[in-house]
Design a protein around this ligand. Structure first.
Ligand SMILES: C[S@@+](CC[C@H](N)C(=O)[O-])C[C@H]1O[C@@H](n2cnc3c(N)ncnc32)[C@H](O)[C@@H]1O
Length: 467
């Protein structure tokens, strides 16, 4: 992977994304509506040719977020405009039935359907940005600090009775605020180099709110400590910065002393990250580089190293390899976040996992069953530790007979901030599997049985890893 820099790019005018306009005209949602109609139905879109409707739609959206008020009279007026528009559309385009699916929709493969849903998301995001932009006037640090205060400290647990109240997978205020600083909204359907996340995936990390909040609070605390230590410059590296380089940007907003190399493997994500940094006016202090952080050599010793390139149990993502490469460049007086990852394991009864009375948590789009487990700590990792293999032995002797799965999770310390199992995707239990979607079931007889051994290398998935 070549390393690139984006400082010399020609500046692009701020114009609507042509792809967006094209999609607006052509694309249909699974309900057979154009994205514009779909957005309208969800109350997100302004009618470009109806200023009154546009103003009322924005009011409706802001009031739904508790950021504004809408009178009954205004609501009634918007309802009447919607009814008029709907009736007019039926007259002008009677072929568009709200529930009709097009031939094209029926024929779409999984990938195409996913691309379509990403495209719709892009359109909703743009509409939300249009509605919210004027509410974000002022000092970015103050705005982000308010958003951090509003972010939850823990995940919400839902039961079968409350599942309907689970939030939709929609961008959260912090993601929208940062995205409002991109020159054009990204094409969410981009490919990615091996080992990297796609643009969309890296942006969605911000919806993992407990994770994001604890990393930001950990960064604020670390910068305060480094500032107080009297250094003139805080040399920082953010390895795996994503398309929305929030961790680097927030660090730079916390202290003028921060100078940061923000590394990203995915060139499209690096490009967007650079644009966002530039819009915040931080391009002289945050240098976005397309680079592989497992190989990158910083020019000078580091005071501060931050990398959120991990999945639970240190599986699937390369944080261990990245920190093995970069931790030797951190000064003795420096700080690395995360500061510790403890890996935990447990046998989880299949009945408990699949129980219809179970509890669930949702991290952005994905719902996860929550079981009441005694997690046993099986390994402890600090940045730079030599960790070639994670080898876990799980005793079976004390378990009643039945079917079990092997769950692996972790806790993550970010300075004094602690992320517990289930609070984030990076601490969400994963299960040893035979294939991607097939968990391995271990049948215990209740008699003396050998322990279960699980071995994997950091960064690998848990497929086929039990002996
Ligand atoms: C979990 S995201 C973090 C996004 C963002 N920093 C945040 O915390 O909200 C991790 C990012 O690291 C990138 N990445 C993965 N491996 C990398 C590597 N070897 N070098 C640089 N970046 C990498 C991924 O493409 C992804 O964008």
């Amino acid at each position: 992977m070549t390393e690139g820099t984006f400082d010399n790019l020609p500046s692009q005018p701020k114009a609507p994304n042509p792809r967006l306009l094209e999609l607006n005209a052509k694309a249909k949602s699974p309900d057979g509506l154009t994205p514009h109609e779909e957005g309208e139905r969800r109350g997100l879109f302004a009618h470009p040719d109806q200023p009154e409707a546009q103003r009322l739609l924005q009011k409706e959206y802001l009031s739904s977020l508790g950021l504004g008020e809408m009178s009954d009279k205004e609501r009634e007026r918007l309802r009447a405009i919607r009814a008029e528009n709907y009736a007019r559309r039926q007259r002008e385009e009677p072929q568009i039935e709200p529930t009709r699916r097009t031939e094209e929709d029926r024929d779409m493969s999984g990938d195409q359907a996913q691309a379509r849903s990403h495209e719709l998301q892009l359109l909703y995001t743009q509409a939300k940005l249009a509605a919210l932009k004027e509410h974000w006037q002022g000092d970015p640090k103050t705005i982000i600090d308010h958003m951090i205060d509003d972010m939850p400290d823990d995940v919400t647990v839902y039961t079968m009775d409350t599942l309907a109240r689970m939030p939709k997978d929609e961008p959260k205020p912090l993601e929208l605020y940062l995205l409002s600083h991109a020159r054009t909204l990204p094409d969410f359907t981009d490919g990615k180099p091996e080992g990297a996340l796609s643009v969309m995936e890296s942006m969605r990390c911000l919806r993992d709110e407990v994770r994001t909040k604890k990393f930001l609070l950990g960064i604020r605390e670390a910068i305060a400590n480094l500032d107080a230590s009297g250094v003139d410059v805080i040399r920082m590296c953010n390895a795996g910065t994503g398309a929305i380089p929030i961790l680097a940007i927030y660090a730079a907003l916390c202290s003028d002393k921060v100078k940061c190399d923000a590394l990203e493997l995915n060139p499209n994500a690096a490009q967007i990250a650079h644009e966002v940094v530039k819009e915040f006016g931080l391009q002289d202090r945050i240098h976005v580089r397309q680079a592989d952080a497992t190989k990158f050599e910083p020019d000078e010793p580091l005071d501060f190293l931050v990398s959120e390139t991990m999945h639970s149990g240190l599986t699937a993502e390369p944080i261990v390899q990245i920190l093995s490469n970069l931790q030797p460049h951190v000064k003795d007086s420096g700080i690395t976040l995360p500061s510790r990852v403890n890996i935990q394991a447990s046998l989880v009864s299949l009945a408990d996992y699949a129980s219809p009375n179970g509890k669930f948590v949702k991290i952005y789009g994905d719902m996860h069953p929550l079981t009441d487990q005694d997690w046993q700590e099986v390994a402890s990792y600090s940045p730079g530790d030599n960790l070639d293999e994670i080898s876990i032995t799980i005793p079976t002797g004390d378990k009643p007979k039945g079917n079990y799965m092997v769950g692996i999770t972790s806790t993550v310390d970010v300075g004094t901030q602690h992320i517990a199992p289930y609070q984030s995707l990076i601490t969400m239990p994963q299960y040893v599997r035979d294939t991607k979607s097939d968990p391995r079931i271990f049948t215990l007889t209740g008699n003396a049985q050998d322990p279960i051994n699980v071995k994997y290398r950091p960064g690998e998935t848990l497929e086929g890893k039990a002996a």
